[in-house]
Write a protein that binds this ligand. Structure first.
Ligand SMILES: [Zn+2]
Length: 109
């Protein structure tokens, strides 16, 4: 069971109070993109063993979307932040680095 925290209303709850929305930080393909670029945008997703960034919606609460960083191996939640944030907050990145020293944020990937 995952315990998530909504960064908008501050309420923590079990994952059943939230709805998953897939991988976070997906960059939308531009209109002039090739068919291959659209294919990657629409269908290619990471499935890492380790740190993963996901979208979640507080469906039983405020209804807003936000991002969660967690480990897919231990299910540890590193933190959550508002969906409009383009890069994970520095303090969250630091917290992840403490557990996974080789981890690094790659924008847009
Ligand atoms: Zn909320």
């Amino acid at each position: 069971m995952l315990l998530l925290n909504c960064p908008y209303c501050g309420i923590s709850g079990e994952e059943t109070e939230f709805s998953p929305g897939g991988e976070a930080h997906i960059k939308r393909a531009a209109i002039e993109s090739s068919d291959k670029e659209f294919e990657v945008y629409l269908f290619s997703r990471k499935n890492p063993k380790g740190v993963h960034f996901e979208r979640w919606r507080h469906s039983s609460g405020c209804g807003k979307w936000f991002h969660v960083a967690r480990s897919t191996t231990t299910l540890e939640i590193f933190g959550s932040y508002k969906a409009q944030t383009l890069i994970p907050p520095k303090e969250l990145q630091k917290k992840i680095k403490e557990k996974f020293p080789n981890w690094g944020w790659e924008a847009g990937k």
